[in-house]
Ligand binder design. Structure first.
Ligand code: PLP
Length: 437
């Protein structure tokens, strides 16, 4: 059925499908409402599509746009620096300035390397951990996303909690066809936020484990902060057994604070991955780590390469972004706006007697429908009412409020209190319709 509101996008999608597999360049872009959409431009907190629909944007393009769309200082920095050349197959000044900045601000960033995206930086960290420890497996957690590559495309979706197998027994659930079965031998999957389970697993199997990789706050399935002591517990276990603790800060980096989740929670990992917000929408990521781990790369024992790494536009974008974040310190505002949005949504849910659960921390907000007052791990996330969420998110979208399909909202430095008021007013209308069936 043709939806007139998205008619032009529909035509573009028909055309795109003839040349792009399913009309998109990334799987997640398929799941827009009512189908993949085509956009013309974005400015600040607003985004426009080819049908001239305007959206108040809380997706920040899946997270990168921490300063909002088309930040002029970032665009100018990219243009100025790129005018000298795009890529030298060699080093350049701003790359070092960016690395020095990260070294100063991020606790674990003693040495680093730049890459293009989160997925490859994750793989680099795993390779380093294996090289230094001489062990192969890594522990990862259910519902955490570490990119789409073979050894991490597991355990991030499941039709039901039962499909994840028994709690405490590492279970795997493939996200894609085409994954080599032997990739399962590379990792153990555990429920998150359960330190006792990690302890018990390591007691038996620490000789096999090179690394523990975790999102320091689980943002890819719900938005679940670590239980008090959980990250500290992982830190101690890794120290005890000579295992690398890797924080995947692809989402939390530059969002929970300048120094990421590691600064906020005061736990320093051995290595960490930064991407998304680092580049304000330009493709750059970083694997950072303590000297003793990164020495594997520095010595040449571990190979890390990439033709396009730290090309001029991406580094200029990143350097401008982090300097703006440090100069303007938007975090108190972003945290306050996050709290305002969470409180407002909770109040609406209470007024209407609807089972909307609102979780999150700072500028990350998750909304889902479930009869509980708290969700603390992926097995519980799978019990959310997906059909109701879809109606909520698509209702918001039709009303001009864009949030990530899994109920995730991000706040940028460009958001102001009136934008939260607007989002709450639209949420009220949509929730009211939901309660009226
Ligand atoms: N790690 C986390 C926590 C992510 O959220 C993502 C992407 O959403 C990735 C890794 C993969 O990053 P990229 O999409 O840049 O490859």
């Amino acid at each position: 059925m043709i939806n007139n509101r998205y008619k032009e996008s529909g035509s573009w999608l028909d055309r795109a499908k003839k040349v792009l597999a399913s009309g998109v360049s990334s799987e997640f872009r398929k799941y827009n409402h009512p189908h993949a959409l085509f956009y013309t431009h974005g400015k600040g907190v607003y985004l426009w599509d080819v049908d001239d629909n305007e959206y108040l944007d809380f997706t920040l393009s899946q997270g990168p746009l921490i300063l909002g769309h088309s930040n002029q200082e970032v665009l100018d920095a990219v243009n100025d620096y790129s005018a000298r050349g795009q890529l030298f197959a060699g080093q350049h000044q701003q790359e070092i300035e960016l690395a020095e900045w990260m070294h100063r601000v991020i606790p674990s960033a003693e040495l680093m390397r730049f890459c293009l995206d989160g997925s490859e930086a994750v793989q680099t960290a795993i390779r380093v951990a294996r090289a230094k420890t001489g062990k192969v497996k890594f522990i990862r957690f259910e519902g955490h996303y570490h990119g789409w590559l073979d050894n991490v495309a597991w355990g991030i979706s499941a039709p039901s909690p039962d499909a994840l197998g028994e709690r405490g027994h590492p279970a795997v659930y493939p996200w894609s066809k085409g994954l080599p079965p032997h990739a399962q031998d590379e990792f153990l999957t555990l429920p998150w936020n359960d330190l006792e389970l990690v302890k018990a697993t390591l007691k038996d199997r620490h000789q096999e484990v090179a690394a523990i990789i975790t999102e320091p706050m689980m943002c890819n399935s719900g938005c679940i902060p670590p239980k008090p002591g959980f990250l500290q517990g992982l830190r101690s276990l890794c120290d005890q057994y000579g295992i690398a603790l890797i924080f995947d800060e692809v989402i939390t980096g530059f969002r929970l604070g300048l120094s990421g989740a590691q600064g906020l929670f005061q736990v320093t990992p051995d290595m960490a991955i930064f991407a998304k917000a680092l580049g304000s929408g330009y493709p750059i990521s970083a694997i950072v780590g303590k000297q003793v781990w990164m020495e594997e790369i520095a010595s040449g024992r571990v190979i890390h390469a990439g033709t396009m790494n730290s090309c001029n536009p991406t580094v200029a974008a990143a350097l401008a972004t982090v300097r703006i974040l440090e100069r303007d310190n938007p975090y108190p505002k972003m945290f306050a706006l996050g709290e305002k949005l969470r409180a407002g949504l909770r109040q609406l849910a209470e007024e209407m007697g609807i089972n909307l659960l609102v979780q999150g921390l700072g500028p990350v907000i998750h909304t889902g429908f479930i009869d509980r007052d708290n969700v603390s791990e992926f097995r519980e996330v799978l019990q959310y009412d997906g059909a109701k969420l879809k109606l909520f998110v698509s209702g918001l979208h039709d009303a001009g409020i864009r949030v990530i399909g899994r109920g995730l909202w991000y706040i940028s430095s460009a958001h102001e209190p009136e934008h939260i008021d607007e989002a709450l007013a639209k949420s009220r209308e949509v929730l009211l319709r939901l309660t009226q069936g």
